[in-house]
Write a protein that binds this ligand. Sequence first.
Ligand SMILES: [Cu+2]
Length: 157
Amino acid sequence: MKMRIILPVLLALALTAAALVSFALKADGAAGVIVVVEAWARATPPGATTGAVYVTIENRGGAADRLLSVKSPAAGAAMLHETIEESGVSKMRETDGGIAPGAALEMKPGGAHIMLIGLTGPLKEGDTISVTLDFEKAGDMTVDAKVAGIGADGPVD
Ligand SMILES: [Cu+2]
């Protein structure tokens, strides 16, 4: 008589435990899906109010994600930009930070970049600035960007 009641309860508990385990695995698996493999900035000349940060982000997961916004204590605001050539003139415009599964968003001078607007101080070569990237699915990710020289084409080793 008692077994009839206990069995369904045990079954329910087992199912709940299984659901919790699968949730924990999922949450764990999500970490490392979006990986920032590189982050660096260019030093700015005295008096400059804007600067640029370049990151390379890999989407190692099976679903698309999107870099929604960026912020840094080094500047009042940060925007996701791309550089385009229009009638021989190089211009910048806002871009959408979508990253397809298996793809990478590679920022570099003359291409996509994070524009720091309203620098709180000059970016000095050798310094490190903190940059927080907010992804649609992966959430917030804070990385350190090492400041390279003013005309650097890549990160300092
Ligand atoms: Cu820009």
